[in-house]
Write a protein that binds this ligand. Structure first.
Ligand code: ZN
Length: 286
C-alpha cells in the first residue's frame, strides 16, 4: 500500500482544536491519511512518555511514523566535534523511534559548502558506516536510516551520492525528495519517463525488493541556479514538479512508497490531493 501523510502538523490540525502531537494519528486516520513524519528537525526534544503515546496511537490507527532528524547534522564536516554531535543526533532519534514505533529516520547527509565535495563525501560515508554499526548494536528492529536527496548544490545528497550511501548497508533506505531532485537538476523531472528513469536507476543499483517501499518527500519547490529556494503548495502550479507523472511512474513500476508531503502550509490537505491523483491513476490501470 502506498501511504500518504504530512511532514509535521498542518495549521488545519490546530484549527480543528487539537493541541498535542499525540492527537495526530487519530486525526490523520479520520481524514484518510496513513503516514506521519514527526519533526525533530530543530532538535530531539520529545519526552519518552510522549513519544510512546504517539506510538501507541499510531499503532491503533495504522499510521506509519517516520522521524525527521535535526537539520544540524553534517557528516561532511571536517571538525571532529561536529561529526560526533551529528552521530549523536541520530542515536537520539533512534531512541525516540523505539518509543514512537517509528520505522524510518530521515536525515540530511551534510554540507560541502566549506570543503571540496569529494572530501566531504568520503568523510560522510565513513561517519555513516560508523553510525550504522552503532545503531545495529542498539538492537533496534525494523528501523531504517533514510538519507535524503538534497535540493541545494552545496549540500551532499545528489542522486548518485544517496545511492552510494545506501550501498553501505541494508539498514539504509533512500529518501527520494522529488522536489529537491527537480531543483538540483534545474528542472529534470517533468515527464513520466523522467520519473521512470530516475526510479529505475535506484532499482538497478539497490534492488527492487529494497526500493519497493522506499521513503519519499514531495512538494513543489522554487529553485535558482544554486538549487532549492522555497517550498510551495500544490495549488501553486507555476512551480514544479507535477505529481501526475510521478504517480504514473509509481503505478507502472509497481512501487509502493511512503510519500510525505512537505508543502509550505497545506501538508495534510496536499497529501490528500496527491493520494486522490494516485488512486485515480491506479484505478484506471486496473
Ligand atoms: Zn529533509
Amino acid at each position: 500500500m502506498t501511504r500518504f501523510g504530512p511532514a509535521g502538523n498542518s495549521q488545519s490540525f490546530y484549527d480543528a482544536g487539537h493541541k498535542s502531537s499525540v492527537e495526530v494519528p487519530r486525526w490523520l486516520y479520520s481524514i484518510g491519511l496513513s503516514a506521519y513524519e514527526y519533526q525533530c528537525n530543530k532538535g530531539v526534544n520529545i519526552s519518552k512518555e510522549k513519544a510512546r503515546q504517539i506510538g501507541d496511537e499510531a499503532k491503533k490507527y495504522d499510521i506509519l511514523v517516520s522521524i525527521h532528524a535535526p537539520y544540524y547534522i553534517n557528516f561532511g564536516s571536517q571538525e571532529e566535534e561536529k561529526l560526533q554531535k551529528s552521530k549523536e543526533y541520530i542515536y537520539e532519534c533512534v531512541e525516540v523511534a523505539k518509543e514512537m514505533r517509528a520505522e524510518r529516520i530521515v536525515f540530511h547527509p551534510g554540507s560541502c559548502a566549506k570543503v571540496d565535495r569529494k572530501i566531504a563525501f568520503e568523510t560522510a560515508k565513513k561517519a555513516i558506516l560508523e553510525v550504522v554499526n552503532v545503531v545495529r548494536e542498539m538492537k533496534v528492529e525494523g528501523i531504517f536510516l533514510c538519507p535524503e536527496t538534497m535540493g541545494k548544490k552545496n549540500n551532499l545528497g545528489s542522486v548518485d551520492e544517496i545511492i552510494e550511501i545506501c550501498k553501505i548497508d541494508e539498514f539504509l533506505l533512500p529518501t527520494i525528495d522529488f522536489g529537491h531532485i527537480n531543483a538540483f537538476t534545474g528542472g529534470g523531472l517533468k515527464t513520466k519517463e523522467d520519473f521512470v528513469n530516475l526510479l529505475k536507476k535506484f532499482i538497478e543499483q539497490l534492488g527492487y525488493e529494497r526500493m519497493r517501499r522506499f521513503h519519499s518527500h514531495f512538494s513543489r519547490i522554487e529553485y535558482t541556479s544554486q538549487g532549492e529556494k522555497k517550498h510551495w503548495n500544490y495549488e501553486d502550479k507555476q512551480y514544479e514538479p507535477d505529481f501526475e507523472p510521478l504517480a504514473e511512474a509509481l503505478v507502472e513500476l509497481k512501487l509502493e512508497p511512503v510519500i510525505i508531503c512537505e508543502s509550505k502550509d497545506y501538508m495534510s490537505e496536499d497529501a490528500l490531493v496527491l493520494k486522490k491523483i494516485y488512486y485515480e491513476i491506479l484505478e484506471k490501470r486496473m
